[in-house]
Design a protein around this ligand. Structure first.
Ligand code: AP5
Length: 222
């Protein structure tokens, strides 16, 4: 930068250099700036993963589940994974930094294949949502699967007969439900105030639920 002229003129040149480096002025990672994100929220066993698989099949989104990413980290045998496993076995939320970093890295790996992401099981507390939107990209909307505690419990107990998951047992399911009501419900209230939530009654059959999901997804431009 030629720096003989006034400070203001020099600064204009400096600013041009930064602009040309395509740094997002909001501080977001430029790699993910065009991503389109649908948050998938609901209690444990509300059918988030099941419906995401159907959305992928029909619409070709990239499905990233925070729970799956965390379980992959646990399975890797890393030190961080061992700590995560204990938290998950207690039905509590793992640290926000851990889960946000895993999600961001996973999105970057997939962005060249698709811009449309189903971010499943995230945000689970309000700050997860606000940080994601500040550091990555604002969400297009939130799909919320509304199911009673009784139904979620019976689905998970049934799955627990074969899943081998450390958290599909009666005691941890109770704790997961508590965590959902105390920490995740405020997320739904927050995005409802922004008119971004589509609440899907999800007690029925997978097919009937997907009919509603499909209507919502089709009503947006992706
Ligand atoms: P995570 O893996 O996200 O688990 P979850 O949200 O508790 O619930 P699931 O994923 O088990 O259920 P789902 O809603 O996807 O239902 P699914 O389709 O599988 O998280 C696990 C843990 O990781 C957390 O407790 C936490 O510790 C940690 N974690 C994850 N994300 C985090 C975050 N963002 N921040 C911090 N910590 C985080 O269906 C369940 C069962 O029901 C299946 O067997 C299915 O076949 C059946 N089913 C589905 N739909 C129907 C239907 N319509 N009728 C009958 N059965 C059905």
């Amino acid at each position: 930068v030629p720096a003989e002229s006034s400070a203001d003129e020099v600064f204009q040149q400096v600013q041009k250099v930064f602009d040309s480096m395509s740094l997002d002025k909001s501080g977001r990672d430029p790699v993910l700036k065009d991503a389109k994100v649908l948050f998938i929220v609901g209690g444990p066993g509300s059918g988030k993963g099941t419906q995401c698989a159907k959305i992928v099949e029909k619409f070709g989104f990239c499905h990233l589940s925070s729970g799956d990413l965390l379980r992959e980290e646990v399975a890797s045998g890393s030190e961080r994974g061992a700590k995560l496993k204990d938290v998950m076995a207690r039905g509590e939320l793992v640290s926000m930094d851990d889960v946000l970093q895993l999600m961001c890295d996973a999105m970057k790996k997939k962005i060249s294949e698709t811009k449309c992401f189903l971010i499943d099981g995230y945000p689970r507390e309000l700050e997860q949502g606000t940080r994601f939107e500040k550091e990555i990209v604002p969400c297009v909307g939130v799909l919320y699967f509304d199911v009673s505690d009784e139904t979620m419990t019976s689905r998970l107990l049934k799955r627990g007969e074969t899943s081998g998951r450390v958290d599909d047992n009666e005691e941890t399911i109770k704790k997961r439900l508590q965590t959902f009501h105390n920490q995740t419900k405020p997320v739904i209230d927050y995005y409802s105030q922004q008119d971004k939530v589509c609440k899907i009654p999800a007690e029925g059959s997978e097919k009937d639920i997907f009919a509603e999901v499909e209507k919502y997804v089709s009503s947006h431009k992706w």
